[in-house]
Design a protein. Structure first.
Length: 531
């Protein structure tokens, strides 16, 4: 198939390019007709567009040359991958430059890109969309902090809406140029304090407003925040940063003290340091530390998402069918995205999901467990992806499912939750998990118990749609005495295959709940609709 052409039904390829003050980022995705998407490529190149700009507010020729070259390469990459549409925006360095028109004309003429500079507030909005779409907030309100090369964006919002957003002229390149004249040497305490005082002055109004508002957690994004968190993980944990790791204020202070004491050549060699960022990271750290001090933030969650992801979310939100996805939580969208990418049998998965949740609820009512909403949600997600491994091969598809879930980088979940969902999907076939099964590695005794019991509900629900005809409309448990447990089914058509399959799990039921299984069936007058 030639570049720019796509097979019918394969979806539309769209590229999103973010031309920042420090780097250019590209995200290329295929958006399928079912509103899921697949990332085809994601890259970043450091260009230092803001080098020596902010004093005279003029982009330097060498910086523009670098930007044009990288943008041309990214456009060629996008076209090679079949992109039919390229959306490109530029941020702080471009929007403030007096020679902005010259730069935009060069980009159009030499790289073929129509680039749109965006305001600071629009930049903040897109960053919020990108970062919040990858975090499960529930009812919590979060402060989002993004430290770029030329500006810092502050957004206060929950999962669905923004309460406050602002863009400050505070960036790692901007402040390094202004305050750190000797970019080769160590940074003394006086120099660092001068940067912090400047941050306080510039941010005095927005920080004062934010102090009066409730915030439950803080989330940091951008290369500066990620790099500081990576250095902290190496220094304090002796390993690379994990997605669930937070950066504490105490850790940040110690990292700053260490970095300031080192000249640039030694700073580049610090474990976890991105050498390309070593000359500007101290100014970026001063911004972050000052904001955390002023707002009394003790812990910062770290996200690797940002503006380019926000461009994608904004694009999808404008598509008609994607509005249905917007009503889902971050977790639901992420799980559904994975399942659709694997071309799962959605009607079957929804039947299994509904039956599994009925079994969970009735089991709680029957006194078989004391689990609540968190465990119920894990079961729900596991039901959606329980057999996506068929996408690779029917043989051992539970093994393939486990691998796909475990390595899919599901958004909004921590590592333990992902491991539990993957294990639940794996154990919906074969024997119940043994105590030392490798698929349960890293889970505590309680977390393993959750997998063992919930897997009974999932494997039973899967059996109750064995014929994939939704023959069983409803299912529930009823306990009699201390030894017997009845599985009561309401069927809309013959379900002998389902009953036979369910009875095959009698040993699993006995192992999990210590009771003998009996199955009862009654026919429903009309078919009930599964959600």
């Amino acid at each position: 198939m030639t570049p720019g052409r796509r097979a019918r039904g394969a979806g539309k390829v769209v590229a999103f390019i973010d031309i920042g003050t420090n780097s250019v980022r590209v995200l290329i995705v295929r958006i399928r007709p079912n509103h899921s998407f697949a990332v085809l490529n994601s890259q970043k190149e450091t260009i230092r567009l803001g080098d020596h700009e902010f004093g005279e507010r003029r982009l330097q020729k060498a910086a523009m040359d670098r930007a044009v070259l990288v943008c041309r390469r990214f456009r060629e990459l996008a076209r090679t991958l079949g992109a039919e549409e390229i959306i490109a925006v530029a941020t702080s360095a471009t929007r403030e430059a007096r020679n902005k028109a010259e730069f935009l004309a060069r980009l159009k003429r030499e790289s073929g890109l129509e680039v749109h500079p965006i305001s600071g507030r629009e930049e903040a909005r897109l960053i919020y969309l990108g970062v919040s779409s990858g975090i499960h907030l529930g009812r919590r309100r979060a402060l989002f902090i993004d430290i770029g090369g030329g500006s810092t964006e502050l957004v206060l919002g929950d999962q669905d809406s923004v309460q406050y957003l602002d863009s400050l002229r505070l960036g790692a390149i901007r402040l390094s140029t202004e305050f750190l004249e000797d970019d080769e040497g160590a940074v003394d305490e006086e120099e660092y304090d001068a940067i912090c005082r400047h941050v306080e002055r510039v941010g005095v109004v927005p920080l004062k407003r934010l102090k009066r508002r409730r915030m439950d957690i803080a989330v940091g994004s951008s290369g500066t925040v990620e790099n500081l968190a990576e250095i902290a993980a190496r220094k304090f944990y002796g390993r690379t940063r994990r997605r669930d790791d937070a950066l504490t204020r105490g850790q940040l202070r110690k990292v700053v003290k260490m970095l300031c004491a080192l000249p640039l050549d030694r700073r580049r060699k610090v474990k976890g340091m991105n050498p390309e960022r070593a000359d500007i990271i101290i100014a970026g750290a001063a911004i972050l530390e000052t904001v955390m001090d002023e707002l009394d933030i003790e812990e910062l969650r770290v996200s690797d998402r940002g503006l380019k992801d926000g461009l994608l979310v904004d694009y999808l939100s404008r598509r008609g069918g994607a509005r249905r996805l917007a009503r889902l939580t971050v977790r639901e969208r992420s799980v559904l995205q994975l399942a659709r990418a694997c071309q799962f049998d959605e009607p079957h998965a929804r039947v299994v999901q509904a039956l599994a949740l009925e079994l969970f609820d009735s089991a709680r009512g029957a006194g078989l467990h004391k689990y609540a909403a968190p465990e119920r949600e894990l079961l729900s997600h596991a039901a959606v992806v329980h057999d996506i491994g068929v996408f690779l091969s029917f043989d051992n598809h539970h093994e393939h499912t486990w691998y796909l879930v475990k390595h899919a980088d599901l958004l909004g979940f921590d590592q333990v939750e992902v491991a539990q969902i993957a294990a639940l999907a794996y154990f919906n076939r074969r024997a119940l998990p043994g105590r030392w099964n490798p698929k349960l590695e890293g889970l505590s005794k309680r977390e393993r118990g959750v997998v063992e019991r919930l897997s009974v509900f999932l494997r039973m629900a899967e059996s109750l749609d064995r014929s994939r005809s939704a023959a069983v409309a409803h299912a529930g448990w009823r306990a009699e005495g201390e030894k017997r447990l009845f599985l009561e089914l309401k069927a809309v058509r013959d379900c002998h295959l389902e009953v036979w399959s369910a009875e095959g799990h009698a040993e699993a039921v006995k192992q999990a709940f210590g009771r003998k299984l009996r199955v009862r069936v009654r026919m429903a007058r009309r078919r009930a609709k599964h959600p």
